[in-house]
Design a protein around this ligand. Structure first.
Ligand code: ADP
Length: 440
């Protein structure tokens, strides 16, 4: 703005000078004309000199500005006089100061991020849009075999672990987080891959869960050992109680209630020990249960038969499909029978009046088995935790019903061992439906 003003001023000065020159040349005496011309020439020379000096100053600013543009952050323009060029120099210096401060802050943040990436015990690797490694942290080579510098290569070219490359490819293809567990040497690892924020590349994370797995193993072994140790004395107690019951007539009348209490509680303890042992076996299994394609009819028939007596005793109607026409599915008969038994047992236990139905629906590629009761239902607030060990909706009622608190946890584990899932639906009005979807 100021530069333009000064050039306007210069042009106005020249025009005014020429106008002034015209008057004495045409109408005034000769000395006045000569004097005016001399003054005008003087003014013009001064004006050009000033203009030239400003131009020189602007040209001299070019070099530092170009150096700053090339990345030098310490460059400063010499502070100028209180003219246009001086103002520009001050403004550029202020801009350079701000840029430098921001660069220093960005560097500090980046150093912090780098330190975290360097020091984390988790292996990290980032690939670009071409699937080539851009960065990898030191922990990666402590967890996986990394040959040479992986940067610029496909992960598999320097990390010969097929699972790692596959998980990264899968995350790139699906755009979702992909995960896989694997054992490398003595290490239990989890590999997780996810698309980067810009969606072009992938971030691979390798987690070492060896100590976590070891702690889990210790806990499982402890539970299994304790359960085994308790089982022997419990079996002895139950045996003696049975013997006493056989001699009921010889037990004093007023002590019979004690005998019944011992019987009830030792039965419960035995059930609990059996469930704990079963769950611990399921948790420590290395492989899934073997599946065979066979009719689900005999399994359903056996379960209904087993609970028919209890249901009738409670006045409940327990019904199932015609087992002779039931469809075939990929099942592990023992596993399915155990899971369905737990579900029907619960349905009968927690339904005071009404009915319990087992329904089978054949669908393309799958068969659904639903255990439906007309009981109080399970509030949606409990659905997320209902399959956890010892989780109970109503502890008092569950205990008095004789439950161990492990029935649904066992169902969940059995289903995952049969590569399927169990789902719960419980509408507002009451009633619960547990559904298993089996591949057919
Ligand atoms: P429990 O041995 O106590 O029955 P489960 O793991 O089998 O343990 O069930 C967990 C809890 O879920 C039960 O205590 C009960 O509160 C609730 N539950 C399970 N099935 C039903 C059902 N069909 N109707 C109502 N509540 C149920």
């Amino acid at each position: 703005m100021n530069l333009r003003l000064s050039s306007i001023r210069l042009n106005l000065g020249v025009a005014l000078g020429l106008a002034l020159l015209t008057v004495p040349c045409l109408f005034g005496p000769r000395w006045l004309a000569v004097g005016t011309i001399a003054l005008l020439i003087l003014a013009l020379v001064r004006s050009f000199a000033l203009h030239n000096a400003r131009r020189q100053r602007l040209v001299s600013m070019l070099d530092p500005v170009e150096r700053a543009a090339a990345g030098e952050t310490e460059v400063r323009l010499p502070p100028g006089a209180d003219d246009e060029a001086g103002h520009v120099a001050n403004a550029v210096n202020a801009l350079l100061r701000t840029v430098r401060e921001q660069a220093v802050a960005a560097h500090a943040e980046r150093d912090l991020d780098l330190a975290m990436v360097r020091e984390t015990p988790n292996g990290l690797l980032v690939t670009d849009a071409q699937g080539l490694v851009r960065r990898a942290n030191p922990a990666l080579s402590r967890l996986l075999p990394v040959r040479g510098d992986p940067v610029g290569k496909r992960p598999i070219d320097s990390i010969p672990v097929a699972d790692f490359q596959e998980v990264i490819d899968e995350a790139k293809r699906t755009g979702a987080v992909c995960e896989r567990a694997l054992t490398h040497g003595k290490l239990d690892l989890v590999i997780r891959a996810m698309p980067t924020a810009d969606g072009a590349g992938c971030l691979g994370v390798v987690l070492d869960i060896t100590s976590l797995r070891a702690a889990e193993r210790v806990r499982r072994d402890f539970v299994a050992n304790v359960s085994h140790e308790i089982r022997t004395p419990i079996t002895a107690i139950v045996g003696y109680v049975e013997a006493l019951e056989g001699e009921r007539g010889r037990v004093p009348e007023d002590l019979l209630f004690m005998l019944d209490a011992v019987r009830r509680n030792s039965d419960r303890l035995q059930l609990l020990i059996d469930d704990v042992l079963h769950l611990s076996r399921l948790e420590s299994r290395q492989t899934d249960l073997e599946l065979r394609r066979e009719s689900i009819g005999p399994v359903i028939h056996a379960v209904i038969e087993r609970f028919q007596g209890v249901a009738r005793h409670k006045g409940l109607q327990l019904t199932g499909p015609d087992h002779r026409t039931a469809p075939e599915a990929w099942i592990n008969a023992d596993g399915l029978e155990h899971a369905l038994s737990n579900l029907v047992d619960n349905a009968v236990k927690y339904t005071p009046t009404g009915s319990v139905r087992v329904e089978v629906t054949a669908m393309p590629g799958s068969v659904e088995i639903a255990v439906i009761d007309s009981g109080p239902g399970i509030d949606a607030a409990h659905h997320a935790r209902i399959f956890e060990r010892f989780y109970r909706v109503d502890t008092g009622r569950a205990r008095s019903a004789g439950g161990t608190g492990l029935g649904l946890a066992i169902v969940k584990h059995l289903c995952s061992a049969m590569r399927t899932e169990v789902q719960l639906q419980s509408p507002e009005g009451g009633g619960s439906t547990f559904t298993l979807k089996l591949p057919a």
